[in-house]
Design a protein around this ligand. Structure first.
Ligand SMILES: Cc1cc2nc3c(=O)[nH]c(=O)nc-3n(C[C@H](O)[C@H](O)[C@H](O)COP(=O)(O)O)c2cc1C
Length: 417
């Protein structure tokens, strides 16, 4: 009998939507780190790629030359200098237009047997949580997205928000959870619209981006949570594919989960340093250079969730004036954001020194400028996955290379370019 070390991910398939996919999903990475190009490569190679809908109007401006950010900033310029942002709103028609444009253009370019999903963060409350979320979800369905992965947030109402859309029962819908408890709550609410998710991503504590754990994340491990979720679904008689994510670094790591009953695996960190990743080239080099002690989990995100990042990134040390008129993705329904409040409090109390003490960052501005270097725990191992150029820099990889390495490698080996 073949041992786990001799098997490869390609020995398994994820049977979904009438297809037999390579069971490799590239997770969503906002803001536009998981680009259209990266998602399209995953689909071309027979797996699943994600685009992210985080700050979609801003991303659409960058990619398609629209002017959504400028128009919004102009409309609200009156509140630029003060802390009161209660009047700052998104025009939902513009959010819909940006989303449709971005998703439609992506889907029009899709080739190959795989799928492209959208990663949707509920925690981006956009000054009007319910209406903007509904707009984002429905616009993506309008534009023909293959599936939507609900992330960062509880998403208890998200299915109901799109239940009357003609594609609600046709598109694939999944959710990211970090515990069986969160899944249980979600399934209870989803039952009201008579719709179970088509897949459940179980994200463990080693993932990049926001974490579904507290600062005690070290006490948890993906294998146990994955098993807990699988047992829970079994007990409920539900055969929903479970997709583990967070720290799956080699093809053999993936095989171990497939043998333990995973439907597919979700990965991200290894694709941050590919040509197709949206990170600027110099930032990709910082990811390669990172050592384990350079990676921290902190509470700087105004979402209230812990976030993993490289501690030398500009976002950690810089406190910029909130740009809610242009962005405002973290404003709640009453125009509040914890960074906004901390910033104006500090500014009132005496300027630069006080500002340096602010324990939050302006996620909108820093994410848009790629200054918040969020990353997975194993970023420090990326240097093992490539070669060095004569000038000391690391060779950037192609997404195809990394995808194929996950798909075909055995014995925890990593193929160099
Ligand atoms: C740079 C980066 C950005 C991320 N951004 C998001 C995001 O916007 N939304 C989300 O649900 N997950 C996000 N994630 C999590 C990934 O989608 C994925 O589930 C996880 O990182 C997989 O673990 P791995 O990076 O160890 O392979 C991000 C991960 C990375 C590395």
């Amino acid at each position: 009998m073949q041992s786990t070390m001799d098997k490869k991910l390609d020995d398994f398939r994820w049977k979904v939507a009438g297809k037999e996919l390579v069971p490799l999903v590239i997770g969503g990475m906002g803001v536009n780190i998981s680009t259209t190009e990266l998602a399209l490569e995953a689909a071309r190679l027979g797996g699943v790629g994600h685009i992210s809908d985080a700050m979609m109007p801003a991303v659409t401006d960058d990619v398609h030359g629209t002017h959504f950010v400028e128009e919004k900033a102009r409309e609200h310029r009156g509140s630029r200098k003060g802390a009161d942002k209660s009047g700052v709103r998104f025009q939902v028609a513009q959010v819909a237009e940006a989303t449709r444009m971005y998703v439609r253009e992506t889907m029009a370019r899709k080739k190959g047997p795989g799928l492209v999903f959208l990663n949707c963060m509920e925690k981006l409350t956009m000054a009007n949580p319910k209406e903007t979320l509904q707009t984002r979800l429905k616009a993506a369905l309008d534009a023909g997205i293959d599936g939507i992965t609900l992330s960062a947030g509880l998403h208890l109402a998200s299915f109901a928000l799109m239940a009357d859309h003609p594609r609600f029962r046709q598109a694939l819908l999944g959710i990211i959870v970090s515990s069986a408890r969160a899944l249980k709550l979600f399934l209870k609410r989803a039952a009201r619209v008579n719709r179970a998710p088509d897949y459940v991503v179980v994200e463990g504590p080693l993932a990049g981006g926001h974490l579904g754990f507290g600062l005690d994340w070290k006490k948890f491990d993906l294998k146990s949570i994955f098993e807990e979720v699988r047992q829970y679904l079994k007990k409920e008689g539900l055969s929903i594919p479970v997709i583990p994510a967070g720290g799956i670094f080699t093809g053999t790591d993936a095989v171990e989960y497939m043998e333990a009953g995973a439907g597919a695996v979700q990965v991200a960190t290894r694709f941050t340093v590919t040509r197709e990743s949206g990170l600027p080239e110099d930032v990709k080099q910082r990811y390669f250079e990172a050592e384990e002690e350079d990676i921290e989990v902190n509470m700087l995100s105004p979402t209230g969730y812990p976030m993993r990042m490289l501690k030398h990134c500009p976002a950690v040390s810089r406190r910029v004036r909130p740009a809610c008129e242009a962005y405002g993705y973290l404003l709640d329904g009453t125009g509040r954001c914890s960074y906004l409040e901390a910033y104006y409090q500090a500014a009132q109390n005496g300027g630069a020194d006080q500002l340096r003490q602010v324990q939050k960052v302006c996620l909108c501005t820093h994410m848009r400028r790629y200054q918040c270097w969020t990353c997975g725990h194993y970023t420090y191992r990326l240097k093992e996955t490539t070669r060095r150029n004569p000038d000391g820099t690391y060779q950037i990889l192609s997404a195809e290379h990394v995808f194929k390495d996950y798909r075909f490698s055995t014995g925890h080996e990593i193929a160099l370019p």
